[in-house]
Ligand binder design. Sequence first.
Ligand code: SF4
Ligand code: SF4
Length: 367
Amino acid sequence: MDENRLKLGFGLMRLPKFEDGTIDVEQVKKMVDLFIEAGGTYFDTAFAYPGSEEAIRQALVERYPRDSYTLASKLMCSPDMNSEEEAKNEFNISLERTQAGYFDYYLLHAIQRGNYKKYEEFRIWDYVKQLKEKGLVKHYGFSFHGDPELLKELLAQHPDVDFVQLQINYADWENPGVKSKENLEICREHGKKVVVMEPVKGGILADPIPTVKEIFDKADPDASYASWAVRFVASQEGIFKVLSGMSSIAQMENNLSYMKDFRPLNEEEEKVIEAAQEAIDADQSIPCTGCRYCTEGCPMEIPIPDIFAVENRRKGSPEFRTKREYVIVTTGKGKASDCLQCGQCESVCPQHLPIISLLEKCRELED
Ligand code: SF4
Ligand code: SF4
């Protein structure tokens, strides 16, 4: 596996976009150049990231020799998928979109309690092993959002997986819904290398709550909030790569500034992180990362993450402004009160949020 010295991986889920929603490929090219110049090699896309595979073809595959980088992609069995063929064909589409010839890393995407049986039903584990035998995939693994018991089960059933991708960040370290620490320990026990996703929790920790900002500002006013988050995960034992879903040249430059010559957290800095964890535990905000996995299958087209973002901004904001924001995000879409409580969203939420009851609370924004 790619043990290149730069532990940072370039996550391609949140690439820079123009106002019309299309990806700014020229900016992505500059980000790719900066990343490679700093010794980066690991790029992480997925079938399910709109436009990402095509963008990385233009920004990377068509511009650099194939052996100078490693590319990861993922196969997602979405809840509304009806056939094995449809699922398996995602691999061919990903290869076609990227023109990469093969994937260095290939993952079963976002496995958790609500969907893992679908991957078994469609025999995706065997399929990916066959792709590896054919040389179309060099290493295979899975990205995981489930509980430790399920992780143990999967590693026992599939002992030859090469790596596991886990959500790890200081806010979720001991979060009972995510259990970052416990899942990492299980992977270590099974001798599996770990790729980290969401080290900045979908951007939340790059702009954390005021109490956390205060703690970090006091400890080191020059360090970015994201640097604390990324360095925390990169300092853990058994971490192979830390993915950061970068959306701008500025974010790339910032990440490279502390990851190029990576220095693990020292004892004093670990204490600062502990204080930040305590401040987060005391906070009541909804920890939604805005991944939008929940919105795709919602029969009422409720913009769940946008409603949660309005709810989170409610504190300290005048009531009329919050209500206006709520009207803006829900116009032409479903409202919190339209929820049918079907549970589709909760079955796919990687953060295991009790979306139905949270939406009930958000109904107050409609009064
Ligand atoms: S439970 Fe409510 S919000 Fe969730 S998918 Fe069903 S209707 Fe949409
Ligand atoms: S509610 Fe869950 S699935 Fe939906 S955007 Fe937030 S974190 Fe993602």
